[in-house]
Design a protein around this ligand. Structure first.
Ligand code: PMP
Length: 476
């Protein structure tokens, strides 16, 4: 298929030097996230490899930000995008027009839920999908009664739902919230995350842990007034905020039951954990806990186009159909044919090549390899995840689970070592949530088509990087 998938790059790494990358680029005109850092200049990419201007080839063990789920440069997807561009309609105003490829994409997405969701609202990013879900949830109650008292949302600590004001307001991420706190909705209330590593008491069973979480949610409903709550929002497997923390079995169902008992909606944010990433097409399919609204993004378009969506249950659609018949929301760039063509082809590839099964199989192997290499490391507090979505949480002290001082930038050091020679592999860093303002983790989230050899390479390099970085930290 012309993809550069050979394992020839998987050489054993000997961490003898920390060679700084040549050809780093500090952008002079682009305002990027970090104004002081330089980044390796990328020339091209193919399969799971990124080729740099300095001649190095880097293995993409994170699919970028858990996005490039079928790898880079896929000819089928590029061809599908071209064929839409050639029709002269990369963009159509959804105010006037319908479009075949957009309809096909929505049909494919609904089929992937086994018909348990009914409609798709397309957006250009995960944050926009969250904004749409927040507004749609509220509109549902407004449709029934414009004087509705349902004005409150309940979300969770240790969560990330996006960077726009509404989505950030949902997010339980103190560091990212801090500068904007005065603007964030004050009718979003947070309960604790579902994070057994930091919260489970000695010998506590899943059942009693889940019961404790459900009781906390119930208490929050009672505190706010159950008739004032619009929805509860959660990531089934927490991504960027905590680093791949799956819900404890039974948790999602228990939380949904509390919501439904009080007539509130149950919203799942699967922007990062969904679309096959966790070994089922949708993370909720692991325990068949169907949400009322669900956001998806990232792996939906595999990075070929900016595309995301809200999947909407028939319960919600019917309220709109029997009410005003419209969602009072909309953006210029949504449901673009070229976006739809990319996402449709990515989804067809994932389905036709049985990639979600590969995620499950290789994910189990990745877990085994990571545990055997890193479980004994004194600074690796926790190894957790599901499918091809694995997080390593770093601690200063394994017994007390005390995080490192944020100023040490542990997660960033891991990334910088990993992406440099001789390791040449991406590791996705995250900070700031484990105990409120501190905490370091990295995420591994390779493409769904990885082989056994790729997994061994990822675990070996991750382990070598972790050992090297902490050896250096001790000597600081
Ligand atoms: N929700 C979750 C769970 C996410 O992980 C992200 C992005 N990391 C978002 C929402 C926001 O998506 P985007 O960056 O595409 O706006």
């Amino acid at each position: 298929n012309g993809l550069h998938l050979s394992n020839s790059h998987h050489t054993t790494v000997t961490p003898k030097e920390d060679a700084p990358s040549r050809n780093l680029k500090r952008t002079e005109f682009l305002l990027d996230r970090n104004l002081h850092k330089s980044f390796p200049l990328v020339k091209s990419a193919c399969g799971n490899y990124i080729n740099l201007v300095d001649g190095r080839t880097v293995f993409d063990a994170t699919s970028g930000a858990a996005v490039s789920c079928i790898g880079h440069g896929d000819k089928r997807v590029i061809k599908a995008m071209y064929s839409v561009l050639n029709t002269g309609i990369p963009y159509l105003a959804t105010t006037f027009w319908a479009c075949e490829v957009v309809e096909e994409l929505c049909k494919e997405l609904i089929a992937g839920t086994d018909g348990k969701m009914a409609r798709v609202y397309l957006t250009g990013s995960g944050s926009e999908a969250m904004e749409a879900a927040i507004k749609l949830a509220r509109q549902v109650f407004y449709e029934k009664d414009p004087a509705t008292r349902r004005v409150n949302f309940i979300a969770r600590e240790g969560s990330y739902h996006g960077n726009t004001i509404g989505a950030l307001g949902m997010s339980g991420h103190p560091v990212r919230r801090a500068p904007y706190e005065p603007f964030l909705m004050d009718n979003v209330h947070h309960v604790t995350a579902c994070n057994p590593y930091r919260q489970r008491t000695d010998g506590e069973s899943d059942t009693s842990f889940v019961a404790r979480k459900a009781a906390e949610l119930e208490a929050k409903f009672q505190e706010l007034g159950p008739e004032t709550v619009v929805a509860f929002v959660a990531e089934p497997v927490v991504g960027a905020a905590l680093g791949c923390v799956p819900s404890v079995p039974g948790y999602l169902k228990a939380m949904r039951d509390v919501c439904h008992k009080h007539g509130a909606l149950f919203i799942l944010d699967e922007v990062m954990s969904g679309m096959g990433r966790c070994g089922t097409l949708h993370a909720w399919q692991d325990e068949d806990v169907v949400p009322d609204l669900q956001t998806i993004g990232k792996g939906m378009g595999g990075g070929y186009q900016p595309v995301a969506a809200v999947l909407i249950s028939s319960r919600v659609v019917n309220i709109l159909l029997n009410g005003s018949g419209q969602f009072i929301h909309g953006q210029t760039y949504q449901g673009m044919p070229v976006q739809a063509a990319a996402a449709l082809e990515v989804q067809r590839i994932v389905r036709e090549e049985g990639l979600v099964d590969n995620v499950k199989r290789q994910g189990l192997y990745l877990e085994k390899c990571l545990r055997s290499r890193l479980a004994g490391h004194p600074n690796v507090g926790d190894i957790r995840g599901r499918g091809l979505f694995w997080g390593l949480e770093f601690v200063k002290n394994k017994i007390t689970k005390e995080p490192f001082d944020a100023r040490l930038g542990v997660a960033q050091r891991i990334l910088e070592a990993a992406i440099s020679a001789p390791f040449n592999m991406t590791m996705y860093p995250g900070t700031g949530c484990a105990d409120g303002f501190r905490g370091d983790h990295v995420i591994l989230a390779p493409a769904y088509n990885v082989t056994k050899e790729d997994i061994e390479h990822i675990a070996r390099v991750a382990s070598d990087v972790v050992h090297l970085v902490f050896r250096k930290l001790v000597n600081l």
